[in-house]
Design a protein. Sequence first.
Length: 301
Amino acid sequence: MTSTLERTDSDQSHWRLDEAYEACAQMTRDASTNFYYAFLTLPEDKRRAIYATYAFCRLCDDIVDEPERPQDPATELRQVRDRLADAYSGSETGAIWTALADSQRRFGIGQSHYAAVIEGCEMDLTRSRYETFDELVDYCKKVASAVGLVCIEVCGYEDEIAVQHAIDLGIAMQLTNVIRDVAEDASNGRIYLPMDEIAQFGYSEQELLDGVVNDNFRRLMQFQVKRAREYFERGNQLFPLLDRRSRACPQAMAEVYMSILDKVEDADFDVMSSRVSLSKRSKLALAARLWVRSRLHFLPF
């Protein structure tokens, strides 16, 4: 069965703007309940722009992560780069590109942010190890911080320091992904944890690939969680700088990711035995808090 994403990306026809945005919203609903609820807290014009951004990122991720796609992933990513250029030059076709082009015109989103996401996905095609944390940070900036920079352009911000805070928040969220997905990534032959840090804690690449959980592994993961929290501390300083009506969305997303770090700690840093995730009840409670928080931001105080 062809997904909404595949249908709308392969379509070379011109879409009505409302239909293009609705297709992007549907992609978000299909792919991520957490993010979909968070995005609902935004004013409509900003929400639609973020749906378009999410759909774009989902497209890039799927090209890299789905093993049985009809085309070579590198070729597909080059095509995505071409379609992005078309969207910014006013010759867009297809739902994602129609929505992205309109979002760019409304909010002045830099094309380089989307291009960075493509570059990050290309890195997943060419490397499966990161020797140092600096190398990993470069990857995080491309696949996550670049999205944060899109988001602050859409949300609106008051001070240029917001840019650095958005970068730090993106790094924090991607580091959380790395921590949560250690076992899944290893099963796909990828290790994002810096290799020099694995060795520093007396652990080994082979132990990680074998799913070994011992004291050295727990100390390694404790270090990773502590560092991710430090990035969250800096990144969370972004929220007061954003337009008041738009703060609840990024705050909610940060809350989800910090809750994942809490879960990792509760599991005594064992991310091998099972994938850490929030329960359905926790997600519903978060959705309720999000809605209340977003409504409060419209009150005159």
